[in-house]
Design a protein around this ligand. Structure first.
Ligand SMILES: [Zn+2]
Length: 97
């Protein structure tokens, strides 16, 4: 069975949560750090007020990587539609699967 790219997925709504209130948090499959090949997590908090498609992102090592040469670039935060559109994403994120 060939590997399947599952780079992005949407977390199901929180039980009891209201889709109409508050920001939506979208999960992300682990990304690979270019510096240490470690897994990165990416969390997007999106405020849909005004129909804004962009979200606030936070990207960091899943496990602290003190030896990573890109440590100074992480956590990577910013506003973008896709995590790959974040400033600095090209330097930090490994090649897309
Ligand atoms: Zn790293």
């Amino acid at each position: 069975m060939p590997p399947v790219c599952r780079a992005e997925f949407a977390l199901p709504p929180a039980p009891g949560g209201s889709a109409a209130a508050g920001p939506v948090v979208t999960g992300h499959r682990p990304l690979i750090c270019r510096g240490c090949s470690g897994h990165l997590y990416a969390v997007r908090t999106t405020d849909h007020a005004g129909g804004n498609a962009a979200g606030q992102w936070e990207v960091d090592h899943e496990v602290p990587a003190p030896m990573c040469p890109l440590e100074d670039l992480l956590p990577l935060t910013g506003t973008a539609v896709s995590v790959h559109d974040l400033p600095g994403a090209l330097e930090v994120l490994g090649p897309a699967c």
